[in-house]
Design a protein around this ligand. Structure first.
Ligand code: ARG
Length: 461
């Protein structure tokens, strides 16, 4: 039989395979709450503008609440032949309240309907991402506070570079996550315009009040161009892009945790709650959550690339291609929220191995730069000469299988006779980090200042 909602000109129903490729109800049922909220706002507006009688609007509004509770209690009869959530809700409304249900779709199309539903859903996910990121920032801040002055090696090329503090390393992630926060806030503010009332694409001849529906649904204003309203998926692309960058940050820290928790590094101990054992090797404690977080970034980026690819060549306005937007965004959002929660738990539970990180910080000639700086400051040498002398001393220590502070003063003086005993003070890692007091540097006081700044930012309303 022809479709009950749009089958007027059709003599036959769709092929079974057509139905399978066309129907979106399997996934867009997730938009039911947004769909019903949008319809209720639309019906109330139609009554306020005299397009619908108050009696009909009341019946529609109440009937939609019945439908909502049917869906929420799991008794709603979802039908694939009704394609999507929009037609499933409307058809059921007709069964519940009868004829007035047919008036709900006045001055509306599924094109603006799906656009408003999806925007509402993505807007909620921005809020969820924002609170998830805030929780993770708090977990990093707690780690940073505890270890503001714990010395660890800082790396470039994954080679020992200079000593830094544990707190400073944790705060690097707070900065990244802070940018993620502002990206989601930005995206949310930009997407907060209501496409409802654009109708199919051209607007409508009915005297609707788009400002009223926009306000009822918590939007700042209606969108200003009806063609753009039904063809735009920038809001979803922005959400996915922000999610990809955030997931990339999670993935980078996940990678550090995998390295740091290895027997070769022993920088951190992950808690039992975020690790798994091996079925054959009894000693194993594998960082599975971190590994999965590292991998899930691929999934979120995949969704992002998929939607960009769907959208990139579409002519205005709506094309059915756009129905492919939802599964990508649903999966990316679910993955991001799970990832944020897992990372928050893992960061909260992890324990830095203070002795190991301090010992690692003191190896690998990590204070060579401090020595070169001393030669510049105390002996007035040009930095390039100081660099060369220090390199010679590093080679000497390497040959003897020791570190820089283990060389004797005589050995140092054999390379440059101006070197004095007080040089040894700058070769210690504690002094090294304490000396890096430039703004944003690794000195514990600088780290503490940044922790305070971030706490104020998070506390601000
Ligand atoms: N299920 C559709 C989607 O997700 C709803 C919009 C359908 N509009 C249309 N003209 N067929 O995009």
């Amino acid at each position: 039989a022809a479709n009950a909602m749009w089958g007027g000109r059709f003599a036959a129903g769709p092929d079974a395979i057509m139905q399978a490729i066309n129907a979106s109800i399997g996934f867009d049922k997730r938009l039911y709450a947004q769909d019903i909220a949008g319809s209720r706002a639309h019906a109330a507006m139609l009554a306020a503008t005299g397009i619908l009688s108050d009696t009909d609007a009341k019946a529609i509004g109440e009937g939609l609440l019945t439908v909502l509770s049917e869906i929420e209690t799991g008794v709603f009869p979802f039908r694939v032949d009704l394609e999507d959530i929009h037609m499933n809700v409307e058809a059921r409304l007709k069964e519940v309240i009868g004829a007035p249900a047919g008036r709900l779709h006045t001055a509306r199309s599924r094109n603006d309907q799906v656009a408003v539903d999806f925007r509402l859903w993505v807007r909620d996910q921005c809020d969820a991402a924002i609170s998830g990121i805030q929780a993770l920032i708090s977990a990093f801040l707690a780690q940073a506070e505890a270890g503001a002055d714990w010395v660890m090696p800082g790396f470039t090329h994954l080679q020992t570079a200079q000593p830094v503090t544990w707190g400073h390393h944790m705060m690097a992630y707070v900065e990244m996550l802070g940018r993620d926060l502002s990206r989601f806030r930005d995206a949310r503010a930009r997407m907060n315009e209501c496409p409802l009332g654009a109708a199919a694409l051209a607007g409508t001849s009915f005297p609707i009040d788009r400002f009223m529906t926009a306000a009822a649904l918590g939007f700042d204003r209606p969108t200003a161009n009806s063609l753009d309203s039904v063809s735009d998926r920038d809001f979803a692309l922005e959400f996915l892009s922000a999610s990809s960058i955030c997931a990339l940050h999670l993935s980078r820290f996940a990678e550090e945790l995998v390295i740091w928790s290895s027997a070769q590094f022993r920088f951190v101990v992950l808690s039992d709650r975020w690790t798994t054992g091996s079925s054959i090797m009894p000693q194993k404690k594998n960082p599975d959550a971190a590994e999965l977080l590292r991998a899930k970034m691929g999934r979120i980026l995949g969704a992002t690339v998929a939607l960009f690819t769907v959208m990139k060549g579409l002519p205005l306005t709506y094309s059915k291609d756009m129905q492919e937007d939802k599964e990508q965004v649903f999966d990316a959002a679910d993955t991001l929220m799970l990832g944020l929660a897992a990372m928050t738990g893992m960061v909260g539970d992890m324990t830095a191995n203070r002795a190991s990180i301090a010992a690692a910080a003191a190896s690998g000639f990590s204070t060579a730069t401090d020595l070169a700086d001393w030669l510049v400051r105390e002996l007035g040498l040009p930095f390039r000469d100081a660099h060369h002398i220090t390199g010679t001393l590093v080679a000497m220590a390497e040959q003897q299988g020791c570190d820089l502070p283990d060389l004797t003063l005589e050995q140092m003086q054999s390379v440059h006779d101006g070197i004095r005993h007080d040089v040894f003070a700058v070769l210690g890692v504690e002094n090294s980090v304490r000396s890096r007091t430039s703004y944003g540097g690794t000195a514990p006081d600088q780290v503490r200042a940044q922790i305070r700044r971030w706490k104020d930012i998070l506390d601000a309303p």
